[in-house]
Design a protein around this ligand. Structure first.
Ligand code: SF4
Length: 200
């Protein structure tokens, strides 16, 4: 194609105009997107947390708006999972909130337990307890079991001071310091069967 000076200037002008228009369009859509993000995150607080399901201890970011959970996702700054979550971790949001099938509304999970429950020996129903009552009853069971099974010396006459009738298994969200305190408490009772799921 023969390019005269005039057609050259025209084509440059056209290209410049097109790229300006494209640039403005891109810029305005970026700005609109940024605006959307700003609005979406108004009054939103973010907290870091740890997945409650396994000893992997994947990190999560929990977003809260007006005291309500609105989002939960993998923490990309966390050294273990680097933003990823397995299927269990990714469904953790549903421990608190679920979406109704009919209206697609977000509601509190009706199956979430928020009080201690006990099923007495021989009973078929669960009974709700206050936290104070639950702690009292657990303490009473621990005391009775320990008293009934405590061994001061083993069959060879070696002092052991232990009970093999109680075991302690910690959860997945405890940190080193909490595990240390659990271990000290259990050891002081003579419990030797101890493990903690947490590897955090
Ligand atoms: S996200 Fe999955 S792998 Fe990570 S801690 Fe939770 S259950 Fe374990």
């Amino acid at each position: 194609m023969d390019l005269t000076r005039r057609s050259f200037v025209k084509s440059i002008g056209l290209a410049f105009g097109t790229s300006m228009a494209y640039g403005l369009a891109t810029q305005s859509s970026t700005l609109a997107f940024a605006d959307d993000l700003d609005w979406r995150l108004v009054n939103t607080e973010e907290f870091t947390n740890i997945c409650c399901y396994c000893s992997g201890g994947c990190g999560t970011i929990v977003s809260v708006q007006d005291n309500e959970l609105i989002n939960l996702e993998g923490d990309s700054d966390h050294p273990i999972n680097q933003g990823g979550l397995c299927a269990k971790g990714a469904s953790m949001f549903q421990l608190r909130n679920v979406i109704t099938e009919e209206t697609r509304e977000v509601i509190h999970n009706p199956n979430r337990k928020t009080h201690p429950l006990v099923r007495r020996p021989g009973a078929s129903e669960w009974e709700q307890l206050s936290w104070d009552q639950a702690i009292l009853e657990i303490a009473r069971h621990v005391k009775e079991t320990r008293d009934a099974t405590f061994v001061e010396q083993d069959e060879n006459g070696v002092t052991v001071n232990r009970t093999e009738a109680i075991a302690s298994l910690g959860g997945s969200q405890q940190n080193c310091e909490e595990d240390y305190l659990i271990l000290k408490t259990m050891r002081s009772l003579g419990v030797v069967a101890l493990d903690n799921q947490a590897r955090v």
